[in-house]
Ligand binder design. Structure first.
Ligand code: GLA
Length: 390
């Protein structure tokens, strides 16, 4: 967020809360996942980077009274007591502060009320993790207000729990983890089982990350997500009966699947094939990035999209169109849908000297083909969540 935007928000805070005494700001970025889709909840590998779109919470601790928050995105207040947190179905965004405060308290942390202004410029519902950014920024704000210093891994897990148990989306750990642990100019290779991670430099003098927002969001999204997750668990159970030693699809090698896949029904086999191959691709992509072999990385992104489209079946007409339009352009090394699917964004690895032209061309081509104006972003990799004095 640039200086002018922050200045305006601080001004609004002053108007709403009558002063700037003790004001601090927690920020947490959204993310784009370069490769490793629908692998996190299977204990597998992902490779996201944090992007220069973020959520900011301007806040100060208060001695008593309720938590009072103003959402600048929704133009609404939310107020709740830390001692009795319930869902407020009329304001879905309020599930995030309430859920985060609740899980922190359930984990044994004593919180203090805050008053704050919340604003994010991560596109909402576009597969760029606006929810995780919101959770992480709020969690950081609550912890800072109460003088708590939680480990970053614990913080990520608690934010994920808020999303799973309070918001009701059965997501994996990728989004919250990268929003906290990301580093400038790096992608993050994360083992979602052990939570071991490695930062991989992104050479911005050679390549750029272009992201295209199809501007569609198909309702199927969250029910299909939970259904895919259940199928993967079923596949792991069945394969475990065959070979043993399998807790999650992460433990299944391509060889095991080739030999025992017939124990699965046709659809479950396709789902498992995506996850097993995507894990393999993500590890290969990390190797390619380390030696700056961007062509190889791009090919793996292309294969990832095909696997998500054919085997996992979470793409849609608009995402496929965006990917096809990109593949026709010179300088595009790889293209794939990003996030849960059924709409939202595609991500493209593009040669740096072609990035502006590709971005402009994609905008025009998608508009011409669909009549819908897409948003096209050239993201840089930023660092994870912070809390600062204002
Ligand atoms: C959503 C979830 C993540 C992950 C992706 C798919 O973004 O929040 O945990 O499962 O979908 O890779």
């Amino acid at each position: 967020m640039d200086y002018e935007a922050v200045k305006t928000l601080v001004g609004k805070y002053e108007e709403s809360f009558g002063g700037l005494e003790g004001l601090r700001c927690a920020r947490a970025p959204g993310r784009v996942n370069l490769i490793g889709e629908h692998t996190d909840y299977n204990g597998g590998f992902v490779m996201p980077m944090a992007v220069d779109r973020e959520v900011r919470v301007f806040f100060r601790a208060t001695e008593r009274g309720p938590v009072r928050l103003w959402s600048e995105n929704y133009g609404e207040w939310d107020e709740f007591d830390l001692g009795s947190i319930e869902r407020n179905g009329r304001q879905p965004w309020s599930s995030y502060p309430r859920g985060v405060a609740l899980v922190l308290q359930e984990a044994g942390y004593k919180l203090q009320p805050i008053e704050g202004l919340v604003y994010g410029d991560v596109p909402i519902g576009a597969g760029l993790s606006s929810s995780a950014a919101l959770e992480v920024a709020l969690a950081r704000a609550f912890c800072a207000a109460a003088g708590l210093e939680l480990g970053s891994r614990e913080l990520a897990l608690l934010c994920q729990r808020a999303e799973n148990w309070f918001v009701g989306v059965n997501c994996g750990i990728m989004d919250q983890f990268v929003s906290i642990h990301a580093q400038r100019e790096h992608a993050l290779l994360l083992d979602c089982r052990s939570l071991e991670h490695e930062l991989l430099p992104l050479d911005t003098s050679a390549v750029r990350v272009v992201v295209c927002n199809t501007m569609v969001h198909h309702e199927l999204g969250s029910s299909a997500y939970n259904e895919r997750r259940a199928r993967c668990e079923e596949a792991a159970r069945t394969l475990n009966e065959q070979v043993g030693g399998i807790c999650q699809l992460r433990d299944v090698t391509p060889e095991i699947l080739a030999e025992h896949g017939r124990a699965l029904d046709k659809v479950t086999l396709k789902r498992a094939r995506h996850v097993v191959s995507e894990n393999h691709r993500t590890i290969k992509a990390a190797e390619a990035l380390k030696v700056r072999d961007y062509e190889a990385f791009g090919r793996l992104m292309d294969e990832s999209h095909e696997s998500l489209r054919r085997d996992y079946e979470v793409s849609c007409v608009e995402l496929d169109l965006m990917v096809r339009l990109a593949r026709q352009r010179s300088g595009v090394l790889g293209s794939r849908m990003v996030g849960a699917g059924f709409g939202g964004c595609t991500v493209h690895l593009v040669r740096r000297d072609r990035a502006d032209r590709v971005a402009e061309g994609m905008h025009a081509a998608y508009l011409k083909a669909t009549g819908t104006e897409p948003e096209v972003y050239q993201f840089v990799a930023v660092s994870g969540a912070t809390v600062e004095r204002c």
